[in-house]
Write a protein that binds this ligand. Sequence first.
Ligand SMILES: Cc1cc2nc3c(=O)[nH]c(=O)nc-3n(C[C@H](O)[C@H](O)[C@H](O)COP(=O)(O)OP(=O)(O)OC[C@H]3O[C@@H](n4cnc5c(N)ncnc54)[C@H](O)[C@@H]3O)c2cc1C
Length: 353
Amino acid sequence: MDYDYLIVGQGLAGTSLAWHLHQCGKKFLIVNDSTRPAASLVAAGIFNPLTGRKLVKTWLADELFPYARRFYGELEETLQARFLHYINIYRPYRSVEEQNSYLAQTAEPGIGPYIQQPPANLPYNDYLYAPHGGLEVTGSGWVDLPLFLLKSQEYFQQGGQYREGFFNPDDMVLSGDTVEWNGLRIGKVIFCQGVDALSNTLFNWLPFNPVKGQILEIALDKYPIDRIVNQGIFILPDGEGKCRLGATYSWHDLDWETTEEGRQYLEEKAKGVLKVPYQVLKQRAGLRPSSKDRRPLVGFHPQFQQVGVFNGLGTKGVTLAPYFAANLVEYMEKGKDLNLLVNIGRYFSLYYQ
Ligand SMILES: Cc1cc2nc3c(=O)[nH]c(=O)nc-3n(C[C@H](O)[C@H](O)[C@H](O)COP(=O)(O)OP(=O)(O)OC[C@H]3O[C@@H](n4cnc5c(N)ncnc54)[C@H](O)[C@@H]3O)c2cc1C
């Protein structure tokens, strides 16, 4: 065997999987085409345990968040780079009713530990419309994904574990329980292609439901708020005088192009939150690889056990990727169960239709 594993794609999914295989001492090769767009390079990278208008606790937050913090934290040491940023999320109340309902929620045992009162000395009122005050979500922050991916790529390149280029699934020969590709014999090929999985006939029968998203990069003069502000949109300070403002969600026009409509939507939302002027520096668009049931898509092909998929990270790749990469590697290497809610076995009936 030349490689135990070949990973197709080096976005968040492929990178998280590679690190877990690396930690197990497995022989693997990543093949990634960096001329193609990647959601991971567009994403704001925010992790937030309480989301939505109603402060709903994110699925599996108590397991996913500590695992993700350890994963990125340890890799900061290995890679000698800083990409994990802990920042609270400030949520201005929209009304007195919202203030009352949020405060009632703080008494709930699952939610309370993730909420705290904002410090009195932050000049929120000079910069934001927050007449009723607000609360802070803790255990949140953001990961600088482009930096994390770049540093990981350099690391794997140095170890001869990264190859640049397009992987065509038609070039594989599936023989016995291994794969032949380009004169190499490989144990398993795992596709971590994001939305490109839609053009891979081995896995395009899975119920993907891509969601287009756009974000703006803006410059604000001397903006002092070192929190992520979240009210319908997020305003994420990058620590270098710029902020990211996002995001849009759309299920049509599924391409990687920015639109005037997207910019207008975000600017309209920003007007309701920001009191101060800003300048738009950049606009980015990407496709989130979501699934119909909003759960990851992980596991092996129903007919070819030597080809697998790690996908469907949707809107929450930052916390889902490390935890389910660990689950997949434990399944492959230690025979542990794959979480049934992410296992693509739940969709095999679609394949046989
Ligand atoms: C606007 C926006 C904002 C977002 N904000 C957040 C956020 O704040 N927090 C969060 O957790 N998530 C966020 N997300 C979601 C997050 O980006 C995704 O969940 C995650 O990045 C998906 O990673 P992936 O590796 O599955 O896919 P991708 O990042 O798209 O990576 C796929 C990779 O595979 C490569 N590839 C595909 N096919 C081939 C092939 N045949 N050969 C070689 N290479 C191939 C591609 O080139 C690409 O590099 C956001 C997404 C968008 C679009």
